[in-house]
Design a protein around this ligand. Sequence first.
Ligand code: IPM
Ligand code: MN
Length: 358
Amino acid sequence: MKNILVLPGDGIGPEITVEAVKVMKAAAEAYGFKLSFDYARIGADAIIKDGNPLPEQTVEKADKADAILLGAVGLPQFDGEKDPNRRPEMGLLGIRKKMQLYCNIRPIRIYDTIKHLSPLKEEIINGTNFVIFRELTGGIYFGEKGRSEDGQTAYDDCSYSVHEIQRIAKLAYEEAMRRDKKLLLADKANVLETSRLWRETVTAMNKEYPEVTLEYQYIDNAAMQVVMRPSQFSVIVTENMFGDILSDEASVIIGSLGMLPSASYGIKTALFEPSHGSYPQAMGKNSANPMATILSAAMLLQYIGYEQAAKAIEAAIDVALTQKICTIDINPAHPASTSAVGDFIAQQVYASVSVKVN
Ligand code: IPM
Ligand code: MN
């Protein structure tokens, strides 16, 4: 029995994780495996109830879990807080660091059924299917930070070790081998020493993966290419800050922010979450799109070894999109509720098994 820790978090987090759990339970029943679910607090929810965005109990449970599903963190009432114990995103950064979730994977694929919603022209996004491997526990996010005594100067150190680069590059190379054997390193090696170490390290590793064609793009160019010719990409590997910006940029080109899952692999376990935020305006309205979270749950099932169930969930999402059983972001004329979308996908997952049996 696999043990899944659910961290609903803030805003729409609780609503969308309920739907993902519903679909995972349907998948477990349909495909004949057992899952147990445990819950813990993170983000604003934890600040309010425990006085800390990442309570010790949450870390203890995360440590024991086979995989973690997270909703979202962040509430506007905490915007501008200086005390780290009152900043919801410190829960997220904290769990990434504590669990050493060093590799964040964000797949970007186009759904034909919603590509008319993309801000880009159809001929530009056609054929887009790539994945960003973002380093998640190093770089400027976690370097030393501070202010000078007079408060007039601030700094955030950026440092990377060969080990930190190698462990994520290995996963990116392996993904390139599963795809079309193309790997792109996005960096700023014309300016930054850390980027030069990334280039040296990732280039040296190419010897172990001789079939992979390694290419390089400066991050500013890569950011332009994502909107000019996104179909050129296959696997992109990059450091933490560049990866944050590039993946958030990439997430909007598919037509809805509510469609993109993510996985963060660590040393011991992995965490799965939608790429979008906590969308507090929609909180409690049963209107937010649960698909990114449900797709994250599919990635989770794949990670713990239930590939068939994961595929069934992805196929069920395709059916929901084709039949327009979608929330307001995708079907504004006849929107379905968050829970109705979850119900439909769960039913489809059941049906996928009976179809095979008959
Ligand atoms: C993300 C988010 C986080 C990040 C924030 C909430 C700290 O933007 O996961 O992309 O910057 O990593
Ligand atoms: Mn981001």
